[in-house]
Design a protein around this ligand. Structure first.
Ligand code: PLP
Length: 458
C-alpha cells in the first residue's frame, strides 16, 4: 500500500513547516474523511475539529448538497471566466445574493480565490481610486499589529505578525501598523473601554499626521482579529477609529474573511462590531471551505470613482484572475448559503458562541496561567501567561506553552489551534456544533492546559 505519510514528508512543501519541525517528525495528522465537526485520520481515529479547518467550514463537513452542487456545475459548465464582458450564471446569482446580505451602500463584488488575493485587490482598488481622484501620493495603508490579512506580497505585509515577514523583505514600504486592541498586552491597567479606545484612536491619528494625511489611503481591520489571537476590540473602538479616518479622508477596509457569513452571529462582523466600511473582503465562509472563492465588496463611494473618473482616465480596470467568477466555486457558495439560510445558522452561531464563551470562562477561571478567556460569536481564545506581582508576563517562546496544550488535546481527539505572539489557544467550530461537542472541546483542552501548567511548575 502507498505510504502517503512518507510521500507527504518527502514531497509536500508545507506552509509554516520548518517552524513546526514537520520535516523531522512528519504530519501530526493525516486527515482522510470528515462529517459534521468530526475528522477521521488515516489510522481510523476520530478528532473533534473545534477550528472548522482554518476558521472556514461553517456548515460542517460532508454536506451532500454542496458536493452535488459542485459535481452538477462541473458537468454543466466546468469553467469559464469573468474577464471583460464575459460572465457565468452562478457568479451573477451569487453576486446579487452577497450584495443583498451586505450592509447598505455596497453595490459590486469582485471575485477571486483566496482571502490573500482579496486583500491584494483591495490595495489596487484603493490606489486606483486615489489615482483617479488626482491624489497619486495617497497610497499608504495602515494595518494593525497582530492583524492577519494573508500571505501574498501585499497582504503578507498588511499582516502584523513579524514571523510572517521574516526573510521576505516585508512589509512593502507603503504599509504601516498601529497597536492591536489587546486587553492583556496593550491595555493599561487603569483604562476603561472608552479611554483605551480613545488612546488607540489617538495613536492612529498621530501616525496619519506624522506620515501626512495626503499620503494615507486606507486602514484595514478585521472586526474581531482571528489568527493574531481572537482579539475583540473594546466597546466604542471602531467608532473612535472611524472618526479619525473620516477626518483625513482615509478609507476603511473590513477584512471579513473569517467574520463574514455569520461567525459573529450577524451576516457580517462589521454589523456586530459597529464598523461602517467602504470596502469588505470575504472568503472562507462564503463556501464553507468547500471551494476556494473570495470576494471584494465595493461600496458606492468607491465604485462611483472607479467607474467614473477611473474609467475615463485609465480605460479598463486592469486586474482579474483566471478564476474570477469561476462557476463551480460560485455554485458551491450558492448551495452553502442555502444551507446557512434554511438552517438559521447565523442565529445559531450567535447562540452557540455565547455557550462556548461561557463554558470557556467557567472552565478556565481557576487555572493560574490563564490571563484571559475571550471571544465573540463562534470565535474564542484562551490566553496563557505567567502571573507576576506586576501583572502578566509572556512565557518564553521556547516553552511552547500553547503548542504543547494543542498537541496534548490532539492526542485526546480535539483539534484546537495555537496562535502566535503570546500563547493563545483558539476555537472557531462549525456553526452546527452542539453543546455536547463544545463541552467535550472545553474539558479536553482544560485537561491539557492543566497538565502543561503542572509541568511548568514542576
Ligand atoms: N484575512 C483574514 C482575516 C484571514 O483570517 C485570512 C486567513 O486566515 C486571510 C485574510 C487570508 O486568506 P487565505 O488564506 O485564503 O489567503
Amino acid at each position: 500500500m502507498t505510504d502517503t505519510r512518507d510521500l507527504d514528508r518527502r514531497f509536500v512543501f508545507h506552509p509554516f513547516s520548518m517552524a513546526q519541525g514537520h520535516e523531522q517528525s512528519g504530519a501530526l495528522m493525516m486527515a482522510q474523511s470528515a462529517e459534521g465537526c468530526w475528522i477521521t485520520d488515516d489510522s481510523g481515529k476520530r478528532h473533534l475539529d473545534s477550528m472548522a479547518g482554518l476558521w472556514c467550514v461553517n456548515v460542517g463537513y460532508g454536506r451532500e448538497r454542496i458536493a452535488d452542487a459542485l459535481a452538477d456545475q462541473a458537468r454543466k459548465l466546468s469553467y469559464f471566466h469573468g474577464f471583460s464582458s464575459m460572465a457565468t450564471e452562478p457568479a451573477a446569482i451569487l453576486a446579487e445574493r452577497v450584495i443583498a446580505k451586505a450592509p447598505d451602500g455596497f453595490s459590486k463584488v469582485f471575485f477571486g480565490a483566496s482571502g490573500s488575493d482579496a486583500n491584494d485587490t483591495q490595495a489596487k482598488i484603493v490606489w486606483y481610486y486615489n489615482n483617479a481622484r488626482g491624489l497619486p501620493n495617497k497610497k499608504k495603508i495602515i494595518a494593525r499589529d497582530r492583524g492577519y490579512h494573508g500571505v501574498t506580497v501585499l497582504s503578507g505585509g498588511l499582516t502584523g505578525l513579524p514571523g510572517l515577514h521574516a526573510g521576505f523583505d516585508l512589509p512593502l514600504p507603503m504599509i504601516r501598523h498601529v497597536s492591536a486592541p489587546h486587553n492583556i498586552w496593550t491595555r493599561n491597567a487603569e483604562e476603561d473601554d472608552a479611554a483605551f479606545s480613545a488612546r488607540l484612536a489617538q495613536e492612529l491619528e498621530d501616525l496619519i499626521l506624522a506620515e501626512g494625511p495626503d499620503t494615507v489611503a486606507a486602514f484595514i481591520a478585521e472586526p474581531v482579529m482571528g489568527a493574531g489571537g481572537v482579539i475583540v476590540p473594546p466597546e466604542g473602538y471602531f467608532a473612535a477609529m472611524q472618526a479619525v479616518l473620516d477626518r483625513y479622508d482615509v478609507l476603511l477596509i473590513a477584512d471579513e474573511v473569517i467574520c463574514g457569513f455569520g461567525r459573529l452571529g450577524t451576516w457580517f462582523g462589521s454589523e456586530r462590531m459597529g464598523m461602517k466600511p467602504d470596502l469588505m473582503s470575504v472568503a472562507k465562509g462564503i463556501t464553507s471551505g468547500y471551494a476556494p472563492l473570495s470576494g471584494v465588496l465595493v461600496g458606492d463611494k468607491v465604485w462611483q470613482v472607479i467607474s467614473g473618473e477611473g474609467s475615463a482616465k485609465y480605460g479598463a480596470f486592469g486586474h482579474g484572475y483566471t478564476y474570477t467568477a469561476h462557476p463551480v466555486m460560485a455554485a458551491a457558495a450558492l448551495a452553502n448559503l442555502d444551507i446557512v439560510e434554511e438552517e438559521n445558522l447565523v442565529e445559531r452561531a450567535g447562540q452557540m458562541g455565547d455557550y462556548l464563551n461561557d463554558a470557556l470562562a467557567k472552565a478556565f477561571a481557576d487555572l493560574p496561567i490563564v490571563a484571559e478567556t475571550r471571544g465573540k460569536g463562534l470565535m474564542a481564545a484562551v490566553e496563557f501567561a505567567r502571573p507576576t506581582r506586576d501583572g502578566w508576563q509572556k512565557f518564553d517562546p521556547g516553552l511552547q506553552v500553547a503548542p504543547r496544550i494543542v498537541r496534548a488535546a490532539l492526542q485526546d481527539g480535539v483539534i484546537s489551534r495555537a496562535l502566535p505572539n503570546g500563547d493563545a489557544v483558539s476555537f472557531s467550530p462549525p456553526f452546527t456544533v452542539t453543546a455536547e461537542e463544545i463541552d467535550l472541546v472545553v474539558s479536553t483542552v482544560r485537561k491539557a492546559a492543566g497538565a502543561v501548567c503542572d509541568a511548568l511548575r514542576a
